[in-house]
Design a protein around this ligand. Structure first.
Ligand code: NAP
Ligand code: MG
Length: 478
């Protein structure tokens, strides 16, 4: 039975939206050196939210200079002094969490239930975690007195705008670096609100600089000769360009790229929990998740039964207004991304897979894609190989654990995987043989600041989170 829910929209009054935003450089909001501007929108309504600056090469240069200047004093502070600022940032994020969550949902399209209960709490947790590390760097496994690298250039995608900012900024600052961060073109607003929070926390000027813009702005940052480290999260395609650009320079680089995770269900798995795990694995955040469980591997003997349960569950998913507290599936982040999802879904049908979509009403305005499942998928299909980055699940079957492992590893990516079985020994054996950076057992898409995250193969290199996440921002001490 499907319950009828009355609308329960979250008010947007808490957000003080400005009509246009400046760049955050040297602790101040400043206008650009004659750069272009663009409009950022709400993907659920296509309404313009604000005008944003596309930072020019000169602007990026100014931001790097201000980060370099700040590095001289920031890196000399004691760890506990730096920790004090990070604790402040974490606490202000908690205090302003509702404002941040509403703004994130407005600019990204993700359901408020997720931005409120997952994204923003994890952002605060990340700052708390690294605040605790700031005076304990001697115990990071890098010898005594490890040293910061200098200025970090950080480039993030649009799927978890503020969470990716936290993953980048918190460890960099704890380790004594200063940063210039470029948010994604389509989702700059929470990064700019975070800039205000830096002012509120009285973070020394220039420790954090935010330059908005598109790919071109990111390119200036990557190419800047006075940047010591590039931290990038985004597509494998752009990751490759960055790796080529920094090759032969002294810049350090970490790349967190795409994925095509296998979510493997064995015949002894607890069915209802596994169905929930599959739904959470691929429909959380509209599937705009690099570690999404986008390939479902079902043991053949339970496949039909499992798919029946899955379709029943999917019929209860509510798609619509991201600001409604009852919404499960929000808007696709941009027209460009929607087009990419549609094109890949069409290729699935053309190549002979069978498509089923949950029956939901698609709003007239905005960018939407109903939760979709493809069966009759073979390993060679594009929908089994390429990252769709949308609410689309490709189903494959297997007979033996060996076949499951073989199919799961048959991908250029290696970011994450899921295993569902009641047998502990099978979990250990399968996890050991899967080539993926993060493996969940009887759960999926669980994140914790203490746990390292990162990929194998074309999913990139370097780890973020936990003690491991400090390493890319430190030179080993004695
Ligand atoms: P993207 O196009 O690679 O963009 C990522 C960031 O890089 C954006 O800020 C982007 O600016 C910027 N950029 C684009 N071209 C650039 C260039 N030539 N030089 C420097 N920066 C450049 O990826 P996306 O479409 O935003 O995000 C989706 C992808 O990110 C998916 O493939 C997903 O798997 C991956 N992802 C990975 C992780 C992870 O942790 N492994 C996490 C989240 C997402 P614009 O916004 O203007 O394009
Ligand atoms: Mg892009």
């Amino acid at each position: 039975m499907v319950f009828e829910y009355a609308p329960a929209p979250e008010s947007t009054k808490i957000v003080d939206l400005k009509s246009n935003y400046k760049l955050f450089i040297g602790g101040k909001f400043i206008n650009s050196n004659g750069a272009k501007t663009y409009k950022t929108i709400n993907p659920a309504t296509e309404e313009v939210l604000a005008e944003i600056i596309e930072a020019s090469q000169k602007d990026v240069d100014l931001a790097v200079k201000s980060a370099r200047k700040a590095f001289k004093t920031w890196s000399k502070l004691t760890g506990s002094q730096r920790g004090k600022y990070l604790f402040r940032l974490a606490r202000i994020i908690q205090e302003r969490s509702r404002e941040l969550a509403v703004l994130e949902s407005m600019n990204n399209g993700k359901p408020i239930r997720e931005s409120r209960d997952i994204d923003i709490p994890l952002v605060a947790a990340h700052f708390f975690h690294y605040a605790g590390w700031a005076d304990k760097l001697d115990y990071a496994g890098l010898g005594k007195n490890p040293a910061p690298l200098g200025v970090a250039g950080q480039i993030i995608p649009w799927n978890f705008p503020l969470l990716m900012l936290a993953w980048k900024i918190a460890p960099a600052l704890a380790a004594g670096n200063t940063v210039v961060l470029k948010p994604a073109e389509t989702t700059p607003l929470t990064a700019l609100l975070f800039a205000e929070i830096c002012q509120q926390a009285e973070l020394p000027d220039g420790v954090v600089n935010i330059v908005t813009g598109a790919g071109e702005t990111g390119k200036y940052l990557v190419e800047h000769p006075d940047v010591d480290k590039i931290a990038f999260t985004g597509s494998t395609e752009v990751g490759r360009i960055i790796a080529q650009t920094v090759a032969g320079t002294n810049k350090k680089v970490t790349l967190e790229l795409g994925g095509k995770a296998a979510n493997i269900i064995f015949d002894d798995a607890a069915m209802d929990q596994a169905v929930e795990g599959v739904v959470n694995g691929i429909f959380f955040n509209q599937g705009h998740v690099c570690c999404a469980g986008s390939r479902l591997l079902l043991q053949e003997s339970i496949a039909d039964n499992f798919l029946d349960l899955l379709y029943q569950r999917m019929k209860t998913l509510r798609l619509g207004d991201p600001l409604d507290k009852n919404t499960d599936v929000g808007a696709i982040n941009s027209a460009v991304q929607l087009q990419k999802i549609k094109e890949l879904a069409e290729s699935g049908t053309k190549e002979g897979a069978q498509m089923w979509s949950a029956p939901c009403e698609i709003p007239n305005k905005g960018f939407w894609f109903a939760p979709t499942v493809f069966t009759n998928v073979s390993l060679s299909h594009r929908i089994a190989r390429e990252e769709i980055f949308g609410p689309v699940l490709s189903v494959l079957t297997f007979r033996t654990p060996d076949e499951a492992i073989e199919k799961a590893n048959n991908t250029p990516f290696g970011l994450s995987a899921g295993i569902w079985t009641e047998k502990g020994s099978r979990i250990l054996e399968v996890a050991h043989r899967l080539r993926a950076g993060v493996i969940w057992a009887n759960t999926f898409n669980k994140f914790d600041p203490t746990s390292p995250f990162g990929g194998y193969k074309e999913s990139g290199y370097g780890r973020e989170g936990g003690r491991h996440g400090l390493e890319p921002y430190l030179k080993a001490g004695k």
